[in-house]
Write a protein that binds this ligand. Structure first.
Ligand code: TRP
Length: 468
């Protein structure tokens, strides 16, 4: 089977940045920042994006590029190859072989996390779609905007939630079932410029509200006493989520890269653009949160803040349409990346046709999505503490499963791909010092990324068990 390759270099960037840019930046980043006290968390987060996120991103792309497979098959290939090579039977190599035999399990775990994420991502995408539809209806009916309870109505209706989730997944399936270049590249190429312009215009609007200075202070002035023990884990989890690390997504994208592509630069660009978009989202949302006067928080923050803008500025409904349209396109792009990742694994393992793999993955996600879709209505009473199913899923997947997946993935890249193969990926005619760059990267993965993720997991556990 011939493997598709990105038609253009821009194609890769659009897809990688397109998959990084999504609800994570606009919906999740602001509420996680709000929950962790603002400026200090933003600073910690940005620092970690470059210290931890970038090296991991390069690692995942590298795994995909050298193996030319998606994560599960890549892991399986690594596990088979090295064990047949080593005839050595001392204790150390026995342990090594044991670990090698579980590598496919790590791949499987990543695909599982990816599937869970798409399931709950589709529900939130449904919220966005619902808002877009309501805004358009308000605009054309010429009614006065009274949209503070748009979300409320949706949350209470099980059928509406399921309907919007299904429509979203159906749309994503339709686009992804076509081929990689035609589907992903063309779509992303056309929607990226729309986002950027809309974000800039909306940031300008928000900055003209009188709550803007206070919002900027909240967002950028660090007060470290506001950080919690779990903040480190939350920052890491969120940055993995938003940069799409730990899902095997970048492994799949890396596998479509051309031979010549230079990985460190790719990692740097994706991380930078993604963080800028998150900061812009913060600049748009926080003035609105503060102007709204009601105490808003949690996953509903974005959907309660934006109607404030709509009701305060002239022509607000049009801004609302613009905002939810661009957000929906971002959610669509990210969902496409997630479905592509899951189905690419099915195709590599079972040799299914593209349409079959995509269809089965989509049905699986839809079945899983029913639970978070019902979390605010039929299954309202299923709670732990004050968290419903949706919030529990969000927290378990992002603060726990993702850091674990990222940690395992980085160990595989560190210890199960040969030094020579990795070093080759850092060689580039423009780059004079590949060896130095390579050893920095390895050093950071081994001595900073690994211990920091472990510390974050320990701190989170301590907080859960009430020790901290
Ligand atoms: N990064 C996306 C966001 O911020 C979500 C996401 C996570 C994703 N993993 C992915 C998108 C894999 C595409 C592929 O919303």
């Amino acid at each position: 089977m011939k493997r598709g390759v990105w038609a253009t270099r821009l194609g890769f960037y659009l897809a990688a940045i397109g998959s990084a840019f999504g609800l994570g930046n606009v919906w999740r980043f602001p509420y996680v920042v709000a929950e962790n006290g603002g400026g200090a968390f933003v600073l910690l987060y940005l620092f970690l994006v470059f210290l931890i996120g970038m090296p991991l991103l390069v690692g995942e792309l590298l795994l995909g590029k050298v193996e030319r497979k998606s994560i599960f098959s890549a892991m399986r290939a690594l596990s088979q190859r090295s064990s047949s090579l080593s005839l050595n039977q001392d204790f150390k190599s026995k342990i090594r072989q044991r670990i090698q035999s579980v590598l496919p399990g790590i791949g499987l775990f990543s695909v599982f996390v990816c599937t869970l994420i798409l399931a709950y991502y589709a529900v939130i995408s449904g919220w966005v779609l619902h808002h877009l539809v309501q805004m358009v209806l308000t605009y054309f009916s010429g009614d006065l905007f009274e949209g503070y309870n748009i979300l409320e109505k949706l949350l209470q209706s099980a059928w509406m939630q399921i309907f919007y989730t299904a429509v979203h997944l159906g749309l994503v399936t339709f686009i992804v079932a076509r081929d990689i270049e035609q589907g992903l590249e063309r779509f992303l190429g056309f929607m990226m410029p729309i986002f950027i312009v809309l974000l800039l215009v909306l940031a300008g609007r928000s900055m003209s509200l009188e709550s803007a200075p206070e919002a900027l202070r909240f967002l950028f002035y660090p007060d470290f006493s506001k950080l919690k023990a779990s903040s480190l884990g939350q920052a890491l989890g969120h940055l993995f989520f938003t940069l799409s690390i730990g899902f095997g997504a970048m492994v799949t994208f890396g596998s479509y890269l051309r031979e010549k592509a230079y990985l460190p630069m790719a990692g740097f660009r994706v991380a930078t653009v993604d963080s800028m978009i998150s900061l812009f989202a913060g600049i748009i949302i926080f003035p609105l949160v503060l102007a709204g006067a009601q105490a808003v928080h949690g996953p509903e923050l974005l959907f309660q803040a934006v109607p404030v803008l709509i009701s305060r500025v002239e022509g607000g409904v049009l801004y609302g349409i613009g905002f939810f349209l661009s957000l929906y396109l971002a959610a669509l792009g990210a969902s496409m990346g997630l479905l592509e990742t899951i189905s690419a694994n099915f195709r590599d393992v079972y040799r299914w046709k593209r349409t079959k793999a995509v269809g089965i993955a989509a049905v699986l996600c839809f079945i899983l999505a029913i639970f978070p879709a019902l979390s605010s209505n039929l299954l309202r009473d299923v709670q732990i503490g004050s968290m419903g199913i949706l919030e529990i899923l969000d927290s378990v997947i992002i603060n726990w499963l993702l850091p674990i997946a990222a940690l395992l993935g980085s160990q595989v890249v560190l210890y199960f791909i040969s030094e020579k193969v990795k070093l080759e990926q850092f060689e580039d005619h423009e780059n004079q010092a590949p060896r130095r760059m390579y050893s920095h990267w390895r050093l950071v993965l081994k001595w900073i990324v690994t211990p920091l993720i472990l510390v974050a997991l320990v701190l989170e556990s301590l907080e859960v068990f009430g020790v901290l």
